[in-house]
Ligand binder design. Structure first.
Ligand SMILES: O=C(O)Cc1cc(O)ccc1O
Ligand SMILES: [Fe+2]
Length: 442
């Protein structure tokens, strides 16, 4: 939908009124005895009331009816959405998935919620500490239904098909190469325009923040002003059975009400959904020699309570210049105390020209060795090192987590997308060891 307006700034205190109702935001107070236009005031808290100011998050919504006017929640079928991390035995192997299948609308109509599949995760929404990685694949818009995640925040990475997200705060159009974050408790409904697929990083008990910049200085990486929040939009619509789907403690529940939840005429606060275009990422990297750790490409981080350790980081591999001298430029071989899930929005990934496809994924678990495939090693060990564009026209990303993730039954079996031959991409790596090697004079 062209022409949607947004408010700019990461985590800002924002105000928004639907232009049809000027003056809908109460002046000078949050809880007037009677709100302008006869609206109800409702607070949405995204942090404990008592959090320090720097991490305190809440918004005030002025709505036609309060959210509480609904029939009781009852359990509904979860399909492939889960928080059960013991469905199958652990598997420390390098895992790679072919592009996840998108259902054909002619065969089966699937909306965003029905198309949610949990791939891996760890931790527990009850103790408010953990993550889940989901894939969504769908072909049909949600009608007279919305979703609310009571367990955590969704960072949504569209890979195919734009999605129009109607939220209590207004509408956002999110295209592949953009991402959006729908924070805990925010109700939203997704419209799609064809076969649609993407990835979701869910974190329980933390919100995404911009990483600190340290010696980089005041600017760079993802700049705060490029984060966009929607503007207030409401509908005063009576519906014969509007369904609210609530993900609560890893299970789905639904309830009915007789009005649209998108009835917020005005809002203010610093707790909103937002989107970000990955093209705006200001890439910082090595300009002399050696390979910087990929944390240099962190867009957003959800911090744990351990200093410097993330519940999960969202890291991208954007188009950039590669200029490092006397350096093996692709990612190094390594074993990591963090879990690395990777996805591909478009193009290919520099460490694996083949096999890792847009819409697919890979998981290199804690301490599982990985790195460039055989072809990549040979090519980059002998190439002449001139400045060159890296990753042109591509966008790979990584969800890096300090959690040791379990893969679900859907991920290992049901989806049938696991590439059993993945390990073979390293089989051509051969020994170049020469015990008689002598240093060449420079
Ligand atoms: O494993 C990967 O491909 C991701 C990655 C990229 C990189 O440039 C350095 C380390 C790393 O884990
Ligand atoms: Fe890695």
């Amino acid at each position: 939908m062209a022409g949607l307006k947004y408010l700019s700034g990461f985590g800002n205190e924002l105000t928004s009124e639907d232009p049809r109702c000027p003056g809908a935001l109460p002046e000078g107070q949050n809880n007037p005895q009677v709100c302008p236009y006869g609206l109800y005031a409702e607070q949405l808290s995204g942090s404990a009331f008592t959090c320090p100011r720097s991490s305190n998050k809440r918004s005030w919504l002025y709505r036609i009816l309060p959210s509480v006017r609904h029939k009781p929640f009852t359990a509904m079928k979860c399909e492939d959405l889960t928080e059960s991390w013991n469905e199958v035995d652990p598997d420390p192997n390098q895992l790679r998935w072919l592009p996840f299948t998108i259902p054909k609308a002619a065969e089966k109509k699937v909306c965003f919620v029905a198309g949610l599949h949990t791939l891996c995760g760890a931790g527990d929404s009850k103790s408010r500490n953990g993550i889940a990685i989901h894939v969504y694949s769908c072909n049909t818009s949600m009608t007279d239904s919305c979703f609310q995640n009571s367990d955590g925040d969704f960072l949504v990475v569209p890979q195919q098909g734009e999605i129009l997200i109607t939220t209590e705060f207004g509408k956002m159009m999110v295209e592949p190469n953009e991402i959006c974050v729908i924070q805990q408790g925010m109700r939203f409904s997704v419209d799609v325009f064809g076969e649609t697929r993407g990835y979701i990083l869910e974190v329980y008990g933390a919100h995404f923040e911009l990483p600190d910049l340290g010696p980089i200085g005041a600017n760079g990486l993802a700049n705060p002003r490029d984060f966009l929040a929607p503007v207030a939009w409401y509908e005063d619509r009576t519906v014969n059975g509007y369904t609210i789907v609530n993900k609560y403690q890893g299970k789905l529940f639904s309830c009915q009400q007789d009005f649209s939840p998108f009835n917020v005429v005005a809002w203010h606060g610093n707790y909103t959904p937002y989107k970000y275009n990955l093209e705006n990422f200001m890439v910082i990297n090595c300009v002399a020699f050696d390979h910087a750790d990929p944390s240099i490409f962190t867009v957003l981080t959800a911090k744990s309570t351990r200093p410097g350790v993330a519940i999960a980081d969202f890291v991208i591999f954007p188009p950039r210049w590669g200029v490092a001298d006397h350096t093996f430029r692709p990612p190094y071989y390594h074993r990591n105390c963090m879990s690395e899930f990777m996805g591909l929005i478009k193009g290919h990934y520099e460490a694996k020209e083949e096999g890792f496809q847009p819409g697919g994924g890979s998981l290199h678990s804690i301490m599982t060795p990985h790195g460039p495939d055989g072809d990549c090693f040979e090519k980059n060990s002998t190439s002449v090192l001139t400045p060159e564009r890296v990753a042109e026209g591509t966008m790979a990303f990584m969800f890096e987590s300090s959690f040791s993730m379990a893969v679900t039954k859907w991920g290992l079996q049901t989806c049938q997308r696991l590439d059993k031959s993945y390990y073979k991409c390293w089989e051509s790596l051969k020994s170049h060891f020469n015990p008689n090697w002598k240093p060449t004079s420079k």
